[in-house]
Design a protein around this ligand. Structure first.
Ligand code: BGC
Length: 759
């Protein structure tokens, strides 16, 4: 429906109808207005499958939803670093929504993994905003290509579950832009999600739902978002203020209470009716966009989509350690140990919980393929070693040529609604791994978890496979990796620290009461570990393969550029091993010298290439201003400082294989305001300013000059370095105290003269 037609429709609606349109008719539907032919529109969770509830609705995954297909959760799909794959998953989800009459799927969830403890990390993508945003964008692209909307969530700075409905994320402006907003920015600008879901929490004192700055100025003004903003379920606190801030649709609703508030505010003049009209227009625009593009031929083919889920899962499994133990041979006698071999943990708890139509376990997938025996090993209902299960497992391990332990985090360890208390796996599982390693030298651990865990046994096992939460087809995918039918190609989308205390948010995570200070600033994840030169268990971007890749011929199309230019970077990658496989080529940029405190390097692009043995491909990247920029709080915008930058190509953030240096010249001069406190060192940076100050010093401070032809004793007392730094850090007002015979009025006149230069 055209914008004009929508406006006409809104003009025919009564105030009551318009107010009602701004909140859900029930848990999952928008209001219908039959007399005007406006249909109700259904939304459903998300993000890694369809949680469509036909009966009683809830937002915590409590009541049943229809049988659907559970894809790998965000933690895993991000590890694929594969945009095309995420798009394919999105297309599949979009098709499912078309078949089921769902207009918007509630995802993707892009919140930054600030701490390994966040209960919803399993749904989120990364500690890096570029990766999070690119993965989200690719998924949105796929879903929306089927004329179904997405709801990128949870906007903004929603990085913990503790007190999630009331906590106040206190984040400085630069950090918000470089890390937390950036996770949404690229996806919103490039892929134009139909909707955005605002989060429960406050940002610097203002609820996300009430935040005009982010919902309207940033989202719509700067990023060009043209869909509707909906609240997270129950995130509305002040309906009228929220509407003014840019929150269009309240979900699930307030049983009419807030509709009355809206009506009253319009009647009393507190709320301009045009604001209400604009919100209704935005909602109807999406309602009709879906309605007019319904695909009546779409079928939800669960078995077919299960195969897509398996394909996705294969690229979400990260090979973390392999001392010549993998791939396994189908001729080997293998012991599969651990409950998750039979009943895999493949998704997390809460609103994303999918009612899977079937689940394939690794045991099922391996049976018939090789000689496999199974022992449960542990019970994850409570963290207590069960001696009987342990002994059976040890016996099984002894009787086999290789033991594969399926371990990880039990359901209750990570879920929506609360955060983890520590980064450990259950003790009973750690003990099991140690005891198996005692008797079986060929031990491999397969992990099912949505966020990093400590691995006290890492040196005692030969192989570690991070399977994340791989969705309902995880068992088949894990076996494909274990037996080498698929070459592992996933990379960690987050750092695995050695211990929780190493994490940069450790000192302030969860906060004090509702106040959560983001004190680590931009130093989230590898940005921190790199700056501190810390050892980590596994770095960001890391993951092994069964083949080897060599990098060569890094070229840039110019050595010098302006910040308004683009830079083309290309590099050759060759598969030098014996097996076909995919490699993730990672491009980081490092600012060699900066006046602001910056991370050592930042991921600025990546590409995934598939190579047959012996094959070489050239990968090309195009970088623009943002690749070199930081967010300047002086101009409230992105800024590049003139200087040298390293273009780094890496296998991971800690394995940089090639580099080239380019010089970038800024076309923007940052405004500078001189004050009486400005140091002489800062004045010297502008030769015009320094000339003025020097002149004044000479004319007004003859006394100081003569005193400076000091005695030998004075020279001895003060080294040249000390004298230089005294001058460097001397404020313009300094000479008043040091015998310059000048007054504050003189200094102020000087400051005015300097500021005139800036105009
Ligand atoms: C979650 C959202 C979800 C919504 C609807 C909320 O509790 O935070 O992610 O989409 O419920 O189920």
């Amino acid at each position: 429906m055209t914008a004009d037609k929508i406006k006409e429709l809104v003009a025919q609606m009564t105030l009551e109808e318009k107010a009602a349109m701004c909140s859900g008719a029930d848990f999952w539907h928008t209001e219908a207005v039959e007399r005007l032919g406006i249909p109700a529109s259904m939304v459903s969770d998300g993000p890694h499958g369809l949680r469509k509830q036909e009966q009683e609705g809830d937002h915590l995954g409590v009541n049943d939803s229809i049988k659907a297909v559970c894809f790998p959760a965000g933690c895993g799909t991000a590890a694929s670093f594969n945009r095309e794959l995420l798009t394919e998953m999105g297309e599949t989800l979009g098709n499912e929504c078309q078949a089921e009459g769902v207009s918007v799927i509630l995802g993707p969830a892009v919140n930054i993994k600030r701490s390994p403890l966040c209960g919803r990390n399993f749904e989120y993508y990364s500690e890096d905003p570029l990766l999070a945003s690119e993965m989200a964008g690719a998924l949105i692209h796929g879903v929306q290509s089927r004329n179904v909307g997405t709801s990128i969530k949870h906007f903004l700075a929603n990085n913990q579950e503790t007190r999630r409905m009331s906590c106040d994320s206190r984040v400085d402006e630069r950090t918000l832009h470089e890390i937390y907003l950036a996770a949404f920015e690229g996806a919103v600008k490039k892929e134009k999600p139909w909707t955005v879901m605002c989060s429960y929490n406050k940002i610097n004192g203002t609820y996300a739902a009430q935040n005009h700055q982010y919902l309207t100025e940033t989202l719509r003004g700067r990023w060009g978002f043209d869909g509707y903003v909906m609240s997270d379920w129950g995130a509305v606190n002040n309906r009228v203020e929220d509407l003014k801030a840019g929150l269009d649709l309240e979900m699930p609703g307030s049983f009419g209470v807030n509709d009355k508030m809206i009506e009253g505010a319009v009647l009393s003049g507190e709320l301009d009716e045009s604001i209400l009209d604009a919100a209704v227009e935005r909602i109807l625009n999406i309602v009709f966009r879906y309605e007019e593009n319904r695909d009546k031929t779409a079928v939800f083919d669960r078995d077919k989509d299960h195969e897509t889920a398996r394909k996705v899962a294969e690229e979400t499994i990260v090979l973390l350690k392999n001392e010549k133990v993998l791939p396994l041979s189908e001729k080997q006698k293998v012991a599969f140990i651990g409950k998750y071999a039979k009943t895999p943990r493949y998704q997390g708890g809460g609103s994303s919980h999918i009612n899977s139509h079937k689940v394939t376990s690794a045991l099922e997938a391996a049976s018939g393929v090789c000689d496999v025996i199974y022992a449960q090993g542990f019970d994850d209902a409570e963290d207590r070693t069960d001696e009987k299960l342990l002994v059976e497992a040890v016996e099984a391990a002894k009787s086999a040529e290789v033991a594969v332990i399926f371990a990880g985090l039990p359901d209750k360890f990570e879920s929506e609604g609360y955060d983890r208390k520590h980064m450990s796996m259950p003790n009973c599982q750690n003990e099991l791994i140690e005891r198996i390693a005692d008797v079986q030298p060929n031990t491999v651990v397969v992990l099912h978890n949505g966020s990093p865990v400590e691995m006290p046994w890492i040196d005692r096992v030969k192989g570690v496979v991070e399977a994340y939460l791989g969705g309902q087809a995880v068992g088949g995918a894990v076996c494909d990796i274990l037996f080498g039918r698929v070459n592992p190609s996933a990379k960690l989308p987050e750092t695995f620290p050695l211990k929780l205390e190493d994490n940069p948010s450790y000192l302030s995570y969860i906060g004090e009461g509702d106040a959560v200070e983001y004190r680590e600033g931009v130093f989230v994840g590898y940005r921190y570990y790199d700056k501190k030169k810390m050892d980590v268990l596994f770095p960001f971007g890391y993951g092994l393969s069964y083949t080897t890749f060599e990098y060569s011929n890094l070229t840039v199309d110019r050595d010098r550029l302006k910040d308004t230019d683009t830079l083309r970077v290309s590099v050759d990658v060759t598969n030098t091993g014996g097996m076909a496989g995919k490699e993730v080529v990672q491009l980081y940029v490092a600012d060699r010298e900066s006046t602001v405190i910056r991370p050592v390097k930042e991921l600025r692009d990546f590409a995934k290439v598939e190579l047959a043995p012996g094959e070489t491909k050239t990968v090309t990247f195009t970088l623009d201003k943002r690749a070199f920029a930081y967010y300047s709080v002086r101009i409230h915008d992105w800024h590049v400082e003139t200087g040298e930058f390293d273009i780094l190509i890496g296998r991971s953030s800690r394995d940089i294989v090639l580099s080239k240096t380019v010089t970038v010249e800024s076309t923007v001069k940052l405004p500078f305001v001189y004050t009486t406190d400005t140091t002489l060192g800062d004045v010297k940076k502008d030769p015009r300013a320094w000339a003025i100050v020097e002149d004044m010093m000479k004319s007004l401070m003859p006394a100081l000059e003569s005193e400076q032809s000091e005695s030998d004793a004075a020279k001895e007392a003060m080294s040249q370095e000390m004298a230089d730094s005294m001058t460097e850090y001397m404020p313009l007002r300094g000479p008043i105290s040091f015998g310059g015979h000048i007054t504050m009025a003189d200094v102020q006149a000087l400051v005015d003269k300097l500021n005139a230069l800036e105009e």
